[in-house]
Design a binder for this molecule. Structure first.
Ligand SMILES: NC(=O)c1ccc[n+]([C@@H]2O[C@H](COP(=O)([O-])OP(=O)(O)OC[C@H]3O[C@@H](n4cnc5c(N)ncnc54)[C@H](OP(=O)(O)O)[C@@H]3O)[C@@H](O)[C@H]2O)c1
Length: 296
């Protein structure tokens, strides 16, 4: 049995449904008063109903509640977590969920005899990173590596569906210019969430993935300006762009997005996928393919 924590989110939902479609037995952690029901109606989460319909067993729990995680891990061989606090808020913070909550889950998996834990980190995470999300992920990687569990650490770049979906998609819907942090020309290691889900699913049974960190991106890097131009080609018109200085607020998107968008514009990122792609048999999704699928 596989436990998926974060299944009511976007990536976790994709992973849980793919595993179920492959005939795997899946338990999903669900929370009382989860915001996912409302978010799912806007396409920003996965509803519990759709997971149950796909064949998932549910268990009620919360990463902030260690005992609930002990119950959730009972009889589990593999744990997959994609959970994070980024768009949740309230008592769910980078500290309480991404750091302490993930550590709670790792410790519960050890204490209940799970064999393998697949953790969704992020490219660039580091225990001393100045941003609390990347710092929490770096610290959880270290905790997992020394836990005694077999582990797979997924380190994806920037999700196309989330970031291009928000930075370009939201202004398009409200007929406003897209806002980019200047210069907008830094190379970004964009990755489709569908590819990340494919790596998570492959990691369950592929011995190649044991005790590995897997960096994941598209076939090449692209700048924000290229991303906007690409979407423009798909919708058949030029998209107007406003540039702001790093640190200025980004209109129309949640407040937490601004600092990360500015951080992305500080350096070029590139992840070479050739060997990884061949090793796991997963073809990286290009910006063209993503844009046609998402905006077409
Ligand atoms: N976006 C990117 O570009 C990017 C890049 C690299 C890595 N990542 C990582 O990829 C992962 C998946 O992202 P996503 O966008 O799919 O996430 P998401 O849609 O925001 O989903 C968040 C999930 O975490 C769960 N969660 C939050 N607080 C919790 C708590 N206290 N206890 C239990 N569950 C809790 C949520 O449950 P409820 O529905 O109950 O709130 C939901 O299932 C994250 O770890 C993220 O950091 C993202």
């Amino acid at each position: 049995m596989i436990l998926v924590v974060g299944a009511t989110g976007l990536l976790g939902g994709m992973i849980a449904k793919q595993l179920l479609a492959n005939g795997q037995a899946v338990r999903v952690l669900v929370r009382e008063n989860s915001p996912s029901a409302a978010l799912a109606e806007q396409g920003m989460a996965t509803s519990v109903e759709s997971l149950v319909e796909a064949g998932a067993q549910t268990v009620v729990g919360d990463l902030k509640d260690r005992e609930s995680l002990e119950r959730a891990c009972e009889g589990i061989e593999t744990v997959i977590t994609t959970a994070n606090a980024f768009i949740r808020g309230g008592a769910d913070t980078f500290e309480s969920v991404d750091l302490d909550g993930t550590k709670n889950l790792i410790d519960a998996a050890v204490s209940r005899g799970a064999r393998h834990l697949i953790y969704t980190s992020a490219a660039g995470s580091d225990p001393d990173h100045p941003h609390p999300l990347f710092r929490a992920k770096g610290r959880c990687e270290v905790h997992l590596e020394s836990s005694g569990l077999e582990y797979t650490i997924l380190q994806p770049g920037v999700f196309m569906e989330i970031w291009i979906g928000a930075i370009v998609g939201i202004p398009l819907k409200s007929e406003q210019p897209v806002t980019l942090v200047e210069p907008g020309s830094r190379q970004q290691a964009f990755v489709s969430m569908a590819d990340v889900a494919a790596y998570a699913v492959a990691s369950v049974d592929d011995p190649n993935a044991l005790n590995q960190k897997i960096l994941i991106a598209g076939p090449e890097s692209y700048s924000w300006i290229q991303a906007v131009e690409n979407v423009g080609r798909v919708i058949g018109r030029e998209i107007p762009v406003d540039f702001i200085a790093p640190g200025d607020p980004v209109p129309l998107v949640p407040e937490a997005v601004g600092p990360l968008l500015a951080a992305l514009e500080m350096e070029d990122s590139f992840i070479e996928m050739g060997d990884t792609s061949a090793r796991y048999g997963i073809e990286p999704t290009s910006l063209d393919t993503f844009a046609a699928r998402f905006f077409g």
